[in-house]
Design a protein around this ligand. Structure first.
Ligand code: ADP
Ligand code: MG
Length: 924
């Protein structure tokens, strides 16, 4: 039997309009319909690059094309003319659009994505000149990304909005509300804070994008903050309108009032509404699924400002890498969501002992239950990034693999719930997570499992993702597509049988399509009854007669469109499955969050076991006792290199005899490289770990809740922002002295190092006195000025500690042991020798040192401790006797010298000028 095969039906979609054709105007000054459409859409999006969809490409025109071709390194061409000028153009293929978007976003561009909203065939049906309907479906901004390739799996990408309420009275500070959400996971929270903690809160969140009102953006006081942040988007006043905020927020969640979500201040509502209004504007194709906003009460988290975060290398090292940070040292999670939650918890340790205790209970349970812990971790490994897949499905950017992620995530969730319940005792946090894990209807996962094929394409447009046997109509259509040869053969055999013409054939050509062919002799038979009605004559040739039947006609059109229909059916199934998932979105989100919780707890438990950490005791007083503390990052690095880490004790609790209500300050001296910085940081890190709900690297830890953590290092380089290192050091120290409370923990490492010895010594001196007398906080102060150790005699809560070194044959040996007492000298020359300074330099330095020390014996700096009045009395004296009057010229000179013209806004400059004028007038 011979059968000529038809060419495969076209599977690719109809090509879109051709750019060259679309923009080539008939006469040079006429605007083509497509150009008119482009210009209209572009006019609505003046400040973003417009990705204009044309078939398989996003095209950019005019200036957008010039910018993009430069930024992306793609070819700039010309297409058609507009107002007699060539139109510059470049394009990116749709399937590679994510990659290009990524680069443009990283460079700070915003992109408006304009899609074709109908099939080009439909447009053609409307008439030859009709343009395909198009509109912008999405504005791609740094804070509204959902694509895996544009996001870091292990970090949240927050969109934040900052709203300000100016205080009515002049003295009172303005209040701020920060609303923040992650559309890739649905988290949505809002918090209020004062001016002093605004920067710290933003540093905690590290938003991908911050929304502010135009007025706030222009505010002179905040300008430097906005400038220091990556992506700040100023918006018109209506977005931050307080009067309509509640309504806009309620509308987004389709509720009549937001009261069910909790009580919010008007300021919080304003910030939250700004976020959702921005989503309405940028996410036109689909509204992201958000949890209702949750209120974070201020004071619930340990405040850590940006400089402290950087110094302590919490989430990344000073050079910006995750590796080497505390986060990376403690991360034993196995899912991306777990990793994100761990980062969140580390960024915002708690301050309520009960809440910390609850987290520690979970970790303790899994520390004790080794088998359960590894079982949980093994099951978690099978759980994909449920939250982000869900988010993409909700906004219509999902693919078959996202459905599979939901299937696998929900399956893992159900299994994990069982494993959690089996824990005895089951701590509250884990029990709550288990409840959430069981929330989604098991039918969703079962249906997805039945529907999805084993191998899945990246895009739903590729088709082939629905499992055979799931939908009969699809199976049939696919059979037609794939088995057209067999179906035709069956039909041909049947016709041969029915007619008794054994040589009857079904053939295909481009003119007739499919047809039935019989020899002239046999064909005559088909022209007569009983076949006449069924076989329709098409063509008579010399030796053959050709026919068709309605059956064959149907089959033909079914074959021709089978591929299209199979795809359409699959897309229909995709939409149904997606709808089911989206309808259960809130439950799935909760399950995703619960998976993350279990992952964090199991990961922290594994860390504790692996690294021998203990459960910290969290107290409400001002205790701070660490026994055998270790630095979590340095320890792991040392152990990898085979060295031991020397554990050290620290006690900053209020001394019994010096009154409660004020912590102790340890003044840590010792030569360079002794381990001072390591010791300081390890105690801060232990406090952070304890309050985030982790076990800690120590033999024992008793920590009275800390409200704010400060850490500064002398002479840190901040050349990027163009400030002198010493200036930075002083600005940061000033912030601490102004803000630290008795509940705070302050770590000061070599403050005063960045200037001349006497300046530095004096500043360090006064700083210690201020911490002791005014801030009364727990503090660690490392210094190479051993003169300062004399202060312990006067300040009852100052305690001297030193890192021991041994001198052996004229060389220093570092023991890394912290002991009570003071370093007698700094061993700087010995360390220099270790570092390989030429011996001539070493010898000369020894001579100079001997001479300096001889002079110091005559008038030792240490004697100052006895000679100077106490800090408090000095202050009082200072207040009573006015400072000697400087001459008018001197004062003016000092004021002018203090001005930095580069840092002044025009308005501030004018104000400065007035101030100078006033000074001059006063002193005349
Ligand atoms: P300092 O601040 O006194 O100059 P560092 O804290 O920078 O000293 O420590 C110098 C080096 O000594 C560190 O890089 C670390 O490798 C090592 N070190 C510090 N403390 C310890 C310790 N407790 N046990 C083992 N090695 C340590
Ligand atoms: Mg140091």
């Amino acid at each position: 039997m011979e059968l000529k095969l038809p060419p495969p039906p076209p599977t690719a979609a109809e090509p879109g309009e051709d750019a060259a054709r679309g923009f080539r105007a008939g006469s040079e000054d006429r605007v083509t319909p497509m150009m008119a459409q482009y210009l209209e859409i572009k006019a609505g999006h003046p400040d973003g690059l417009l990705f204009y969809r044309m078939g398989d490409f996003y095209e950019l025109f005019f200036q957008d094309a010039e910018i993009a071709s430069r930024a992306l390194g793609i070819v700039l061409t010309k297409r058609g003319k507009h107002l007699d000028r060539d139109i510059p153009m470049c394009g990116v293929p749709v399937e590679r659009a994510e990659e290009y978007l990524h680069r443009l976003i990283a460079l700070g561009h915003r992109v408006a994505v304009c899609e074709q909203l109908e099939d080009p065939a439909e447009a053609r049906r409307r008439g030859g000149k009709s343009v395909v309907r198009r509109d912008v479906v999405r504005l791609v901004t740094p804070g509204t990304l959902t694509e895996d390739s544009l996001l870091d799996a292990r970090r949240n990408n927050y969109l934040a909005a900052v709203a300000r309420a100016r205080s009515s009275s002049a003295e009172a500070e303005s209040r701020f509300a920060i609303a923040f959400l992650d559309i890739s996971t649905g988290e949505f929270r809002v918090t209020e804070c004062g001016r002093e903690s605004l920067a710290a809160e933003i540093a905690r969140l590290e938003p991908g994008e911050i929304l502010v009102s135009d007025a706030l953006y222009e505010d002179a006081e905040l300008a430097s903050l906005w400038r220091s942040l990556a992506a700040v988007t100023p918006l018109t006043r209506d977005v931050f309108d307080g009067a309509s905020a509640e309504r806009r927020l309620a509308a987004y969640f389709a509720v009549s009032t937001t009261q069910a979500f909790g009580t919010f201040s008007r300021l919080e509502l304003t910030a939250a509404a700004a976020c959702v209004t921005y989503l309405d504007r940028t996410q036109r194709a689909g509204k992201p699924l958000l949890s209702p906003p949750a209120r974070e009460s201020s004071g619930a988290t340990l405040l850590i400002d940006a400089a402290t975060r950087a110094n302590l290398e919490l989430a990344r090292t000073l050079s910006g890498e995750r590796r080497g940070s505390l986060l990376s040292a403690i991360d034993r999670t196995v899912t991306a969501a777990g990793s994100r939650l761990l980062a969140q918890r580390l960024a915002a340790p708690l301050t309520a002992p009960a809440a910390i205790g609850e987290r520690l209970d979970s970790v303790a349970t899994l520390v004790a239950a080794a088998a359960a812990r590894s079982d949980l971790l093994a099951r978690l490994k099978a759980a994909p990034d449920l939250a982000r897949s869900l988010a993409r499905l909700v906004v219509g950017r999902g693919g078959p693999r996202d459905l599979a992620a939901v299937r696998d995530g929900l399956t893992a969730a159900a299994e994990l719930a069982g494993a959690c319940r089996a824990l005895d005792p089951c701590p509250a946090e884990i029990a709550a997570a288990a409840d959430a894990l069981q929330q989604p209807d098991p039918a969703i996962a079962a249906d997805l499992a039945a529907a999805l094929a084993d191998e899945l394409p990246a895009s739903r447009r590729d088709g082939g993702f629905v499992r055979a046997g799931y939908r009969a109509a699809l199976d049939e259509t696919r059979a037609l597509r794939d088995e057209s040869r067999r179906v035709l053969a069956v039909l041909q055999a049947r016709y041969a049988e029915d007619t008794g013409i054994r040589t009857l054939k079904i053939r295909h050509n481009h003119v007739l399509g499919y047809f039935i062919e019989a020899s002239a002799q046999h064909g005559e038979k088909l022209l007569a009854a009983p076949f006449k009605g069924k076989f329709i004559h098409r063509q008579t040739l010399a030796g053959q007669i050709r026919f068709t039947t309605t059956e064959l006609g149907d089959l033909e059109s079914r074959i021709a469109s089978a591929a299209d229909r199979a795809l359409a059916l699959e897309l229909e199934i995709f939409d149904q499955l997606t709808q089911n998932v989206v309808a259960a979105g809130a439950a799935i989100q909760a399950a995703a969050q619960a998976l993350a919780v279990i992952d964090v707890v199991a990961g922290l438990a594994r860390l504790a076991v692996e690294q021998d950490y203990v459960r910290p005791e969290i107290l409400t007083d001002l205790e701070f006792v660490i026994e055998g503390g270790r630095h979590p990052v340095v320890e792991q690095a040392l152990v990898r290199d085979g060295g031991p880490f020397v554990a050290n004790d620290c006690d900053l609790s209020p001394p019994p005899d010096a009154g409660a209500g004020a912590g102790r300050i340890w003044l840590v001296t010792g030569p360079n490289m002794a381990g001072k910085s390591t010791f300081l940081r390890q105690n801060a890190l232990i406090a952070v770990l304890a309050q985030m709900g982790s076990f800690v690297p120590a033999r024992r830890a008793r920590i009275g809740i800390i409200d704010r953590l400060f850490s500064r290092v002398g002479a840190a380089d901040d050349l990027a922002r163009g400030r002198s290192t010493f200036m930075v050091e002083m600005v940061e120290t000033a912030a601490i002295l102004n803000q630290a409370s008795p509940r705070s923990l302050v770590i000061l490492d070599e403050i005063g190092r960045g200037t001349a010895t006497f300046d530095g010594l004096s500043i360090a001196w006064a700083t210690i006195e201020h911490l002791h007398e005014e801030n009364r906080c727990r503090a660690l102060f490392a210094t190479h000025f051993h003169e300062l150790t004399g202060l312990a005699a006067k300040l009852p809560r100052l305690f001297n500690a030193t890192v021991r070194v041994k001198e052996w044959h004229g060389e220093v040996v570092f023991l890394h042991e912290v002991m009570p007492g003071a370093a007698d000298r700094s061993y700087g020359i010995q360390v220099a020798k270790l570092a390989g300074l030429p011996s001539a330099v070493i010898e000369r330095a020894k001579l100079v040192l001997a001479e300096l020390e001889a002079q110091d014996r005559i008038s030792p700096a240490r004697k100052l401790v006895d000679d100077l009045p106490l800090f408090a009395s000095a202050r009082r004296a200072g207040a009573a006797t006015p400072a000697p009057r400087a001459s008018a010229a001197e004062t003016l000179l000092a004021e002018i010298a203090a001005l930095d013209p580069d840092e002044l806004s025009p308005r501030a400059a004018l104000e400065a000028l007035y101030a100078l004028k006033r000074t001059a007038a006063k002193r005349e």
